[in-house]
Design a protein around this ligand. Structure first.
Ligand code: G4P
Length: 527
């Protein structure tokens, strides 16, 4: 098959949700329906077994959250679907944000009882900023949940985009009758049970049949009224508007009961876009170009603390990857020839023979690859758009045993390169290194990993800073004036980008007024 044909059949997406909305359950059911796994329960089991592997994963276990994200590949209806898992806990949102830069679409899962929850909102903001098309799945209709019309208006107000339901629920909870498929004009009757496939469902094609009112009670007439109401008010589904992130198709179901999952899988194949062009500083890169290029969007430490190797997750941006090919790391100019590149098929890690634009490959390495690195067959390309967010929490870090200061620096540099934490070196000489995070848990994970992986007992101390802004300025004189006057508040991150650290937003406002030539940035893009 040609590269163009391979690219066209790729669908690369992430599931975004608030913890407990049903992401793991839905992931598992998608794999099940695509035939990538045979029995329900294996993804859940993996979620549980991952915890055993190391001490810092212990934190995950204690908190019952999923810190590490991974990649799953499945084939369905002639398409290759790459599903990127995103950690649901807000403390790991930085990592999650970067995963979202590697996908072409997102599947938003909502708990129908809770509607749009805080963590989903943050993730949505990233999708909105990138105009990522979003498919919505409203889960848990087998419970007493919110009214579908209410849910839709809640989604609209948070998303700032039109919702277009392509299914409609008949009843809920104990009276959940099933869903009306508004595209096919039939009704899929709900049955509980985890082992069922979509082919087992009872499908009713005559939606006007009077016995439906009897069978499903008031819920049926209510659903029909609602559909009528909504069809008059909502715009019809417009594929182009979806691709531009202006409309989201909405599905209803119950993931645990395998209900409504098939529709979502079909929607992904039918609506989600294949990989598109990616912007580099030098030029726009087309996915079907013959030469390989890719970008490291995530680094994951080996789960086994005895091995210091890490896996760099690379999103293929263009061309064709073959095992054993030579690749250039643009940042260093060095050549690597990765042989044991891994792909991620459901719960197994397989050696990858080839990959195309849209696929994710993993290259185990000992620190050669950093977050944001670009790999090519020789061309110098710098992809833009990998975001670093200004930390919201700070701690100063010192080592208890002064003889281990070198190990501390090595550890922090590597953890910083991985994106586990942001490390700032204060301009003022002798200042303790500062750690910046989006969530408190990041500090705990870093302290734990410094101990187990680098043998460093780090002491975390409160810091007076509460926010950071990277800054730039076109006028060197004005820049000098600013840095001279504020040396005590200036620090440099791992790539030596300067940031202003403030103790309050009031302090930031004051310097913004005093130095109008300086531009302050809450986000820094790699490259
Ligand atoms: P997450 O990855 O988004 O955190 O959610 P996960 O799939 O782990 O699901 C969270 C809880 O919601 C689980 O229950 C799961 O069984 C339940 N759930 C998922 N889909 C549905 C659904 O369609 N209907 C209902 N009623 N529940 C659903 P748990 O009790 O936390 O875990 P478990 O004991 O089932 O493992």
């Amino acid at each position: 098959m040609s590269i163009a044909t391979e690219v066209k059949r790729r669908r690369t997406f992430a599931i975004i949700s608030h913890p407990d909305a049903g992401k793991t359950t839905l992931t598992e059911k998608l794999l099940l329906f695509a035939g990538a796994i045979q029995i329900a329960g294996s993804v859940k089991a993996r979620k549980a077994s991952r915890h055993a592997s190391s001490d810092w994963m212990e934190i995950e276990k204690q908190r019952g959250i999923s810190v590490a994200s991974s990649v799953m590949q499945m084939e369905y209806r002639d398409c290759v679907i790459n599903l990127l898992d995103t950690p649901g806990h807000q403390d790991f949102s930085e990592d999650t944000y970067r995963v979202l830069t590697a996908v072409d679409a997102a599947l938003m899962v909502l708990d129908a009882a809770n509607g749009v929850e805080p963590q989903t909102i943050r993730l949505l903001q990233v999708c909105r900023a990138r105009n990522t098309p979003i498919i919505t799945f409203v889960n848990k209709f087998d419970r007493e949940v919110q009214e579908p019309l209410e849910l839709l208006s809640e989604i609209e107000s948070h998303l700032g985009m039109d919702t277009v339901p392509l299914a409609w629920p008949v009843g809920m909870g104990r009276h959940f009758g099933g869903v009306l498929d508004l595209r096919k004009q039939h009704m899929r009757v709900f049955q509980s049970g985890q082992e069922r496939r979509a082919g087992d469902d009872e499908i009713l094609t005559d939606l006007k049949a009077p016995e439906l009112n009897q069978r499903f009670g008031d819920a049926y007439a209510k659903a029909q009224d609602e559909v009528e109401l909504m069809e008059a008010a909502a715009p019809p589904f417009d594929h182009q508007a979806f691709l531009l992130g202006k409309q989201t198709p909405v599905f209803f179901g119950s993931a645990i009961n395998n209900f409504g999952v098939q529709e979502v899988l079909d929607a992904l194949v039918d609506f989600a876009p294949p990989p598109g062009p990616r912007t580099a500083l030098e030029r726009e890169v087309q996915p079907e170009e013959p030469k390989f290029s890719g970008v490291v969007f995530k680094i994951q430490a080996n789960m086994d603390p005895a091995h210091r190797d890490r896996v760099a997750f690379i999103r293929v941006a263009s061309g064709h990857f073959e095992r054993g090919m030579r690749l250039k790391v643009v940042r260093t100019g060095k050549e690597i020839r990765p042989n044991n590149v891994v792909s991620f098929l459901s719960q197994r890690r397989d050696i990858v023979e080839e990959a195309y634009a849209g696929d994710i490959i993993g290259i185990p390495n000992h620190g050669v690859l950093h977050l944001g690195d670009v790999l090519t067959e020789g061309e110098s390309l710098h992809f833009t758009g990998l975001p670093f967010f200004a930390p919201e929490l700070f701690q100063a870090v010192e080592v208890k045993d002064p003889l281990r200061i070198k190990q501390l620096r090595t550890g922090l540099t590597q953890l910083g390169e991985e994106g586990a934490i942001q490390v700032f070196r204060p301009e003022a000489a002798g200042g303790a290194l500062l750690l910046g995070a989006i969530g408190q848990l990041q500090f705990e994970v870093v302290a734990q990993r410094l101990k187990t992986e680098y043998g460093v007992d780090a002491r975390m101390m409160p810091s007076r800073y509460t926010l950071a802004r990277w800054f730039t300025c076109d006028d060197p004189k004005a820049l000098r004036k600013f840095t001279d006057a504020n040396a005590a508040n200036i620090a440099y991150d791992v790539v030596e980008a300067p940031a202003f650290l403030a103790t309050s937003s009031a302090q930031l406002r004051v310097v913004q007024e005093l130095y109008p030539a300086i531009r302050f940035h809450a986000m820094r893009e790699h490259g």
